[in-house]
Design a protein around this ligand. Sequence first.
Ligand code: 5AD
Length: 354
Amino acid sequence: MESPGGNNRMRELAAKLRINQTLPDSELKEVLSETEQEALEVLYEHARQQCQLHYGKKIYARGLIEFTNYCRNNCYYCGIRRGNQNVQRYRLSKEEIFSCVQEGYALGFRTFVLQGGEDLGFSAKDIGEIICRIKQSCPGCAVTLSFGEWEREVYQYWYDCGADRYLLRHETADEEHYRILHPEEMSLLKRKECLAQLKEIGYQTGAGFMVGSPGQTLDTLIADLRYLQQLQPHMAGIGPFIPQKDTPFAKEASGTLVMTLKLLAVVRLMLPKVLLPATTALGTIHPQGREMGILAGANVVMPNLSPVSVRKQYQLYDHKISTGEESAQGRQLLEKRVHSIGYELCMCRGDSKM
Ligand code: 5AD
């Protein structure tokens, strides 16, 4: 039986969160612990309304190009970690990257996300040339980099070349949890420094974290939310952790759909104008995951523009979807899905309203 009491409590908390854009830790934990579907619908409804207030019923599409799966890092969760001997490594040439962009441009995309592992096979200058060329040949396009941790001077140089945005998930804002997820040579402090620098330089900056990663607790999630409040990123990437068979976390459980949806809704209410992707990982753990994400406050999708021949090799986690409507070529399918829940797909630049 549904308890009307629980429902009323969620009405109170969600409304308070929406008005104040914050809640005390104890109340945030209450929200994140809710399991009753009716109460959760109340939370999602508030998040949806808040999103529509700023972005209407537009869902922004970004074309994702996974341009290299070489990586110098060895994060325990990630399928393209340095130590994984079972990945077939690839690195797209400048020409290949550029032809993905042209294909995307012809399909109507006006924003491109260049994502890759931290690959020293590309010099800063190589990346700069790619940015310049895209900006010159696709007027009005936004270029987003998602390429990890580099020196401030390098970030500045790419910005000067014309890069508009940078995505760098913080992964967790809790020091101990960070140590569970990463080897000794990596540091949360460094990650936060990079994010602060990116923002200072002028990038539209994206942070974010996985849901259900090993060692994550309500307390570490509160730390993530507080960090986002403090950083005020333009985008927050939030998707479920999904184990990858060749990583130390192969036997760990996936993050859940419901916890991911709750966090999307809470982040929408805390940072009303943030861009919030309904991630590929969410679409991987449930066939309607991304639609549910949108109905919980997400407003961005990132279809894949990488060459089909390399998609299987960009396996951050197992069973990653890559050839259906999440691919850029499946734009009609994606459009249909977005329409089916009463939204429209927008191929515009989709700048943040912050
Ligand atoms: N499951 C889900 N997301 C993952 N990422 C890396 N590995 C996994 C995984 N096993 C996410 C990280 C990274 C982004 C590019 O992909 O959060 O920042």
